[in-house]
Design a protein around this ligand. Sequence first.
Ligand SMILES: NC(=O)c1ccc[n+]([C@@H]2O[C@H](COP(=O)([O-])OP(=O)(O)OC[C@H]3O[C@@H](n4cnc5c(N)ncnc54)[C@H](O)[C@@H]3O)[C@@H](O)[C@H]2O)c1
Length: 419
Amino acid sequence: MADYEIADLSLADAGRNKINWNEGDMPVLLGIRERFRKERPLKGLRISVCLHITAKTAALMRTLAAGGAEVVLVASNPLSTQDDVAASLVMHDEIPVYGVRGESLDTFRSHINVALDVKPHVLCDDGADLTSALLQRGLNAGVMPMGATEETTAGVKRFKAMEAQGVLPFPVIAVNQSLTKHMFDNRYGTGQSAIDGIIRATNLLLAGRTIVVAGYGWCGRGVAARAAGLGALVVVTEVDPVKALEAAMDGYRVMPMLDAVRIADIIVAVTGNRTVVGPEHLAELKDGCVLANAGHFNVEVDVAALEALAVRIEQPRTHVTSYVHADGRKFHLLGEGRLVNLVAGEGHPPAVMDMSFANQALASEMLARNASTMAKIVHTLPQSFDTMIASIKLQAMGIRYDVLTTEQDTYLHSWQEGT
Ligand SMILES: NC(=O)c1ccc[n+]([C@@H]2O[C@H](COP(=O)([O-])OP(=O)(O)OC[C@H]3O[C@@H](n4cnc5c(N)ncnc54)[C@H](O)[C@@H]3O)[C@@H](O)[C@H]2O)c1
C-alpha cells in the first residue's frame, strides 16, 4: 500500500462509492483516461498534485496514474478534505495521499513539503501553494520541476506576479484560463455549490432575503444568478466599473460594501481579494448577518476582526461560528471563513469538474511532451482543446448543434461581400 497520512483507512469503501458515483458524470475525463491507458503519455513522470481532496480530484488522480505518472496528492485546503475519498485512493488505487480534514496549518504545510520532497517533474497547483513554497525554499537546479499547472484564478494571479518579478522558474499552464474551465466551473460550479454550502450550513430560506455578492467576476456572476433564482434580493459590490455596470444591467442593485452591510442578511465574498469585509464594515453590519467566503483563500472576511470585537463566541451548528458583539449584535461566520462550498458542502458538481480536470490532464500531457521548449511564462491551453472538450461534453449530454456550411465559412473569412 502507498505511504499516506490520512484520517481513517476504514472509510475506504465509502470513499470508493463516492468516487464512482462522481465519475458517472465525468465523461470527458474518462475518455481521456481511456486514451492515457493506451498511450501512457505521462510514463516516467512524478506529478505532485495539491488540490482539494474530493471525489472529483480522485477521478483526476486515477486518470494521471492511468497515463503512467507516479502521483502524490496533498490537500490544498485544511478544511476541504473528504476523508473517505483520501482513504479510498490509498487503499484501492495505491496512491499516496496526505490530507486530513481539519488538519492544523503546520500539518498542512508539512504535507506541502512532502509533495516537494518527492522531487516531482510536474506540479499540479491550486492557488500556487506548491510553487510558492518551492521558491521560498530556495531553488535547486538539480531537482527543478519541468513545469506546473494551475487550477484557480487566485493561483493564476500569483503566477503572473512571479512572471512579472522574473522569478518564475518554469513554464506554467493556467488551466483556469481555459474557457471550458472558468466559464463553467467558476460560474455554474461556484454558483450552485456556494449556495448549496450556505444552505447546508444554515438551512436558511433565501427567498425574500437580501444576499450581498462581493465581486462580480466568473464566480460572483454564478452566485448572484443562483441566489436570484431562489428568490433572494441580490446586491453586488465591485471595484471594477465595467463589472459593476454589468451587474447593474443584469438587474442587481450595486452599491459600496459599507452601504450593503446595513441591509445584508447574507454576504458571500468571492473576489480573490483580502479584507472585503473588514473592521469598518463590521461596525455597521446588520444583526444576524451570515458571512460566507467562496474565494480561494480565507482572507476575504477579516476573521481576526470578528474575533476582536466579540464578547462571546458560540458554535450553534456545525460549520457556523457566531460572534456576539458588545452591543448585542450577532454575526454568523460559515466554515471559519474558508471556501463555504467545500467546507460545508461537497464542492462543485462533477459535471463541471469533468471539464476542469480534462483541461488539467491535457495540461500535464502538454508539459510532458513540450515543457523543454516552452518559455518560462504563464501559458494557456490552445483554444482547440476547448472546442474538443465542449464537443465531447455536448455529445455526452445528447445535445446536437449546427455546423457551418461551406458557403457560411467562406463568407465569415471574406471581406468583399456586403449589403
Ligand atoms: N469556491 C470555489 O470553489 C472557487 C472556484 C473557482 C474560483 N474560486 C476563487 O474565487 C475567487 C474569484 O474567482 P473569479 O474567477 O470569479 O475571479 P474574477 O477575477 O473573475 O472576479 C473577481 C472579481 O472581484 C472583484 N473585486 C476585487 N476586489 C474587490 C473588492 N474589494 N470588492 C468587490 N469586488 C472586488 C474584481 O473586480 C473581479 O471582478 C478567486 O479567489 C478564485 O480562486 C473559488
